[in-house]
Every structure is written in C-alpha cells, then in structure tokens.
Design a protein around this ligand. Structure first.
Ligand code: AHG
Ligand code: MN
Ligand code: MN
Length: 338
C-alpha cells in the first residue's frame, strides 16, 4: 500500500522550484495545518465536547458568536503565536489585530482568517470551514501597524480554506494553481487529492440566499429571474440552485463542478455594502477562483484589485465560473445596482 503525497512533501517540492525560498512559508503552512487538524477534530466531536451552541458574545459584525467560533479562533492564535513565522494576525472574531505575545519572535508574514465560516451550520451537522489569507508584513520582524493588513487581494502570498465536510479537505494556492488535500483521519496527514484544479466553465448552477429576494438590486432580481425561466427564458437553459449557507462549502462545490455564488449588496441592511468580508472571505476565495480559471468581482470590478479600507470591510461577492461571473457583470451594467 502506498501512502500518497503528503502536504508536507508537496510543499517541499514546491519550495525547491522557488530558488529564493527559505522554507519559512513551508513551515508556516505546515504549522497552520496543525491548527486546522485541531479545528477539524473539534468540529467532528462538537456534540461530545459540548462545544455546540452560542458563546453568549458577539463578533465584530454584531453577530452571535458560536462556542466553536471562539474555539477555532483560539486554536489558530495559540498555535501560530509562538512559532516565529508571523508578524501579526487578524481574525473575524477580533475587533483589532491580535498582538503576538511579548516573548514570541516576529516573522515576515501576516495571517488574516475566518476561523469558522458558516458557523450557524455547526449545530445541524452541516459543513463549515476555515478561510485564510497570507500577506507579506511590510516591516518583517516587528509588530505590524493596523493598516499593514489593508493590502489588496492581488498581493496575497497564499490563500486557502479547510472544509470540514464528509471529509476534511484543505485547498490552497500560492499563485501556482490550486491544490486540494484530504485529511486521512487515521494517519493524521493531509494527502494530495487534486492538483491544479480548474473550475468547469460550462455551468448552470447558482447559489444565492433567495429569501433576500425582495431586498435585491434590479440587476440581481433580473439575473435570478432569468435563471428561473430556464430553457424558456433568455438564458436558454435550465438552471439548478444550491445554498449551503457556508461560503466555504458553496465555493468548494463550485470549484469542483462549476457554478456561480452570489452574495450581493441588498436593502435588508441598506448601510452595509454586502455581508461577506473582503480580507478574510472574499479575497482568499477570489485568489483561489482566479488560480482555478474562474473569476470574482463585486458585481462590477475585480475583487483582487480593491484597496481595503478597513479590517472588517464588507463587500458584495460574485464568484465562480468566469463566463457566469461576467454575465452577472453584464446584468449590473444593464439593469443597475451599486
Ligand atoms: P460566518 O459564519 O463566518 O459569519 O460566515 C457566514 C457567511 C457565509 O459563509 C455564508 O455564505 C453566508 O454568511 C450565509 O449567509 P445567510 O445566513 O444570509 O444565508
Ligand atoms: Mn465566514
Ligand atoms: Mn466565521
């Protein structure tokens, strides 16, 4: 029996192709997967560990924190803090960037993450995930300023997610394709499942929370209306619809079999430009989408070109198969919307 290619071996092989690589990034990724394996274990045993339910606190967006949001956040912070790869971290669950412990060495990268994505799905045993983005610290070796995190997505060094589904998978990119690994729970190792993933371009599947329909902008109202008309409508084909409620799980499906995911701006909360967060949801997924031949926009412009204005900035998101993302852009141009 052969074990297959472990993530560590794959990372080391990638490192050898980069002449300037010091091995620092490989160690960062490898250590990050320790936190991810711990989160996976906590998610798998949530009912046994009594970590289901609400924590009784709220996060930066005023949303109720689940106990596992807090657990996952702490696992990443505590795992990565002492290791010296990072100069700083920022998380959905923290108002301001995390300050590394006084005795921890400061490294050359910044980590921005959503410790548990789709956390409202935990209590009902539906897939959740962790999303991460790695940036270069402008001042390696010293504590970052808050604005150091406000880098456009095109400057990401790496991005990826773990999806805690029927199996736990890790999907990441360093800008040289998108690779997927499955956690072998018996070996405790991530093993290569798919190399150079490409989002299928032929698609007829969309993902949107249709309960928000009455709050949508005209372009989205019209696009979804036309999808629903199927073969009899202007798009000329029958569409299917899926909505998991965890962006990680919805995106993982799109990466595998194509489609488009939309979380547009809506008038439910008129002051919010969207629901999803630019730095630790939209940007990492946009990097993965582009590396897999897909696209991600805010409806109008390329996500990775946006200059972040604040750590927890929200944005509208249209992501998936390139042709369908472009089609949604045409609807915005034709029918309007922010
Ligand atoms: P999080 O659990 O990190 O707050 O993210 C939830 C996000 C995203 O994963 C998902 O696509 C979306 O919120 C679901 O929104 P609805 O509850 O409006 O369906
Ligand atoms: Mn999230
Ligand atoms: Mn979250």
């Amino acid at each position: 029996m052969q074990i297959g290619t472990t993530l560590t071996r794959f990372l080391l092989d990638e490192e050898r192709h980069h002449h300037s690589a010091t091995g620092e990034f490989t160690r960062l990724m490898s250590d990050l997967t320790t936190a991810i394996r711990a989160i996976s274990s906590a998610v798998n045993r949530a009912g046994i560990l009594e970590v289901r339910g609400q924590a009784g606190s709220t996060n930066t967006a005023g949303e109720a924190q689940q106990k596992l949001d807090v657990t996952a956040n702490d696992l990443v912070l505590e795992t990565m803090d002492p290791l010296g790869h990072l100069a700083g971290m920022a998380s959905e669950e923290l108002e301001i960037p995390y300050a590394l412990a006084a005795g921890s060495p400061r490294g050359k990268y910044l980590l921005v993450f959503d410790p548990l994505d789709g956390s409202s799905n935990i209590d009902v045993n539906i897939s959740v995930g962790t999303i991460f983005s790695v940036l270069e610290a402008p001042n390696p070796g010293s504590d970052p300023a808050p604005e150091d995190f406000l880098q456009s997505g095109s400057r990401q060094v790496a991005a990826g997610y773990a999806v805690y589904g029927s199996s736990t998978m890790l999907v990441y990119t360093t800008g040289v394709g998108v690779h997927a690994f499955t956690l072998d729970p018996y070996l405790g190792e991530f093993l290569l499942a798919d190399q150079d993933l490409q989002i299928p371009q032929e698609t007829n599947e969309y993902a949107i929370n249709a309960s928000n329909r009455r709050f949508w902008e005209p372009a989205i109202q019209r696009y979804i209306h036309d999808c629903e008309q199927g073969k009899d409508g202007p798009l000329g084909e029958d569409y299917n619809m899926r909505w998991v409620g965890s962006m990680v799980a919805d995106f993982h499906r799109i990466l595998t079999r194509g489609g488009v995911f939309l979380y547009p701006r809506d008038l439910k909360k008129p002051d919010d430009p969207g629901k999803l967060r630019l730095l630790y949801e939209a940007n990492p997924m946009a990097f993965l989408a582009e590396q897999a031949g897909g696209a991600c926009t805010d409806g109008h412009s390329r996500m990775l070109d946006r200059k972040p204005e604040s750590l927890h900035q929200k944005v509208p998101v249209v992501i998936g198969s390139r042709s369908e993302v472009e089609r949604v852009g045409q609807y915005y141009r034709e029918y309007g919307g922010a």
